[in-house]
Design a protein around this ligand. Structure first.
Ligand code: HEM
Length: 656
């Protein structure tokens, strides 16, 4: 039913939007009708399979109660189904490689040779993305059968969520102007829509179990978040492609968008009905209304997927290369900025939807946690809240304001962005103690067999991987190698060239900095108990490595990321080398301030730990005095006295 709705909508939408053009134009290669139609049809299959794989693993690992350390029986059934579906997704992705080659080269399937297919699959971004999707789907297929532990099911579900994303990073979005916004919004859009539809599909599979009501309750909270994310990311993506309001009403692409808005409103309305009517009835033991509405909802979702694929195959009002091939625009996704001014560094934003989503979710959930604690009569230090919110705001600002635009074209500004992301933001976020707040504010689910967010967090904080990462030398190594590794190899240029690479680099800066700051001055649980003296040494090593990095960069005559910076270098900017030296100086100077703050916090921790130790010894002495027991001090003195007596005896016997 869902597949039928998706395919029928796809065909109607493609015919309407001219997304399938079977015309023969002299000199223009044509892949033929076979490819023109089977490519979108197989794309719909891939998206439906992706939805079902994510839905089955998500429901099994996170929505259904478990059975102690294992998933429940219905959860196991879902995992087995997910395994078969994942094999289906892997095969479909490989078929899509062949169809996409035929489509892009304009060569009918029958005339395609294995050479074209292989060279495309391994050297062109779309081919690579589909191969990665197939590979990840195979991993999911194997893991879903590898065991029944809830931890493994959770890992399988997360890999399944990643597996649906690669095509979003390379499709229509990647070639558009403003491709940062287009690519990130499409990835968030596909993820939110897939979780939303997949969760509902998972629910329908477990409809006969006794857990339907409580699982539906948990799904309903996820559905609300996905509704919001699908809407916002859809609007952001549509804005890039439409380039204004009038194409929304005047273009066929715009008409499909309006139909999608309608689909979103319909499923949104169904969601409201669930919350007000069918879920209460379900909790009262009457599942019929819920199931009927859920089936209707999933059919509308199917139609929305058909519309979505038709959209991705339809010509957009804003052509992919609006001003003809402009290499800088294609590289940057935006026109080269004018000479730097303070106003341009702050104004002229380049919104990064990924980081903005993190910032909004980070601030909202943190303040909700503080509010819940306060409501329960518990206190939460204001300085922590201020640091967290400030850290998040700086994260949003440095990745989305004008400075983010200049960081693409000037090494010096990139260095400032790097320093803020790896030294300033992490220190503030670590002082915010988010894990401590979460563990205090998150409620435990009523059903013990359900692993709530709090349980998963505790599990992660006590996991072996966190234990390894919390070793100061490991945290230091990650911090230092990424600094030297990215700049003194050819990595920077490559990372700047691909949107995904650039995002991964910025995320890495924050995480590596956060890990080191947490190990040094964090208050959150999971951290090793290491004497502040040792931590100070680690901190000095990090500062020395940082200073040495700035020094070497300052003296270096080798241009870093030369291919990239040469191709985007603005005429008004200083030469690559002098801009690089400016960057080195800024990196060196910039590092000092947060490093000094960390040092102060370390010294304070040291003093406090000494005070705590002195207080502990005092308490022991008082306790010993009160009970007449020997306290630690007395025991130590007794030990020294015995040792001295022993020495004396040896001397008297002539052994010394
Ligand atoms: C029920 C709600 C929705 C669902 C399930 C949904 C699902 C999807 C999916 C799966 C894709 C990826 C298609 C592909 O690349 O193969 C997509 C793309 C897209 N969606 Fe949605 N979507 C929904 C609502 C919306 C809304 C409300 C908007 C706009 C306001 C929107 C705008 C877009 C745009 C612009 C694309 C990119 C199409 C292209 O590549 O040109 N979507 N959607």
């Amino acid at each position: 039913m869902v597949a039928a709705a998706a395919l029928l909508t796809l065909i109607a939408a493609l015919l309407f939007s001219k997304g399938v053009d079977t015309g023969i134009y002299p000199g223009i290669p044509n892949p033929g009708k076979g490819t023109e139609w089977s490519l979108p049809v197989f794309t719909v299959f891939a998206e439906l399979l992706g939805v079902l794989v994510v839905g089955a693993t998500l429901t099994s690992a996170f929505l259904l109660p478990g059975d102690g350390p294992s998933v429940s029986a219905p959860g196991w059934v879902l995992l087995r189904r997910a395994s078969w579906l994942a094999w289906g997704l892997a095969i479909t992705a490989l078929v899509l490689v062949i169809l996409t080659v035929s489509d892009i080269l304009g060569v009918p399937l029958g005339s395609l040779g294995s050479h074209e297919i292989f060279s495309f699959a391994f050297s062109v971004a779309q081919g690579q993305a589909l191969l990665i999707q197939a590979g990840l789907a195979i991993v999911v297929a194997i893991l879903a059968r590898a065991g029944v532990s809830r931890g493994l099911a959770a890992v399988t579900a997360i890999i399944a969520m990643i597996a649906i994303l690669p095509p979003a990073f390379t499709g229509h979005a990647a070639g558009a102007g403003n491709h940062q916004i287009a690519v990130t919004s499409l990835a968030l859009h596909v993820l939110a829509a897939t979780l939303w539809i997949g969760g509902l599909a998972g629910l329908l599979v477990v409809r006969k179990t006794k857990w339907l009501a409580e699982t539906a309750g948990r799904y309903s909270r996820l559905a609300l978040v996905c509704f919001g994310m699908t809407a916002i990311s859809g609007v952001a993506n549509a804005a890039v492609r439409l380039g204004g309001w009038s194409p929304l009403w005047s273009s066929r692409y715009g008409a499909l968008i309006l139909l999608k808005v309608l689909a979103l409103l319909v499923v949104g309305f169904f969601g409201a009905l669930h919350r007000t009517r069918t879920l209460p009835a379900l909790n009262a033991g009457q599942p019929k209304a819920f199931l009927r509405l859920a089936v209707g909802e999933i059919v509308v979702f199917g139609a929305a997927i058909g519309l979505a694929v038709a959209l991705s195959r339809s010509p957009t009002p804003v052509p992919n290369d609006p001003v003809g091939p402009d290499p800088v625009l294609e590289l940057l996704g935006f026109a080269r900025p004018g000479p730097e001014t303070v106003w341009r560094m702050i104004g002229d934003p380049l919104p990064d939807l990924f980081f903005l989503t993190i910032v909004v979710a980070g601030i909202w959930s943190y303040l909700a946690g503080v509010r819940r604690l306060r409501k329960a009569g518990h206190d939460w230090p204001m300085n922590r809240t201020v640091c967290w919110v400030l850290g998040m705001l700086i994260l949003g600002g440095v990745t989305s304001l004008g400075v983010a635009r200049y960081a693409y074209v000037l090494f010096s500004v990139h260095m400032v962005q790097h320093m803020i992301l790896s030294m300033v933001v992490p220190v503030l976020l670590v002082i915010g103690a988010p894990v401590t707040l979460a563990l205090r504010a998150l409620k435990r689910p009523a059903d013990e067999q359900v692993r709530g967010a709090r349980d998963w967090l505790l599990m992660i904080m006590h996991s072996r991987i966190v234990r390894l990462l919390s070793h100061p030398l490991v945290a230091l190594a990650i911090y230092v190698t990424s600094l030297y590794g990215i700049y003194f190899s050819n990595t920077l240029g490559t990372l700047m060239r691909y949107h995904l690479g650039h995002e991964a680099m910025l995320i890495h800066f924050v995480l590596a900095g956060y890990l080191l700051a947490w190990v040094l001055i964090g208050v959150d649980p999971g951290r090793r108990r290491i004497h502040p003296a040792m931590l100070s040494i680690v901190h000095f090593l990090a500062m020395a490595a940082h200073a040495f990095f700035g020094f070497v960069l300052l003296l270096s005559t080798t241009k870093i990321g030369v291919d990239w910076y040469t191709s985007v270098h603005p005429v008004w900017a200083p030469s690559l080398l002098s801009d690089q030296r400016l960057g080195a100086g800024l990196a060196w100077a910039f590092g000092e301030i947060p490093a000094a703050i960390v040092l102060l916090l370390l010294v304070r921790q040291w003093m406090r730990s000494d005070e705590r130790e002195a207080a502990r010894l005092d308490r022991a002495a008082d306790r010993a005095e009160a009970t007449g027991e020997e306290d630690e001090l007395a025991r130590y003195n007794a030990f020294l006295a015995a040792a001295a007596a022993h020495d004396r005896a040896l001397k008297e016997q002539g052994f010394q």
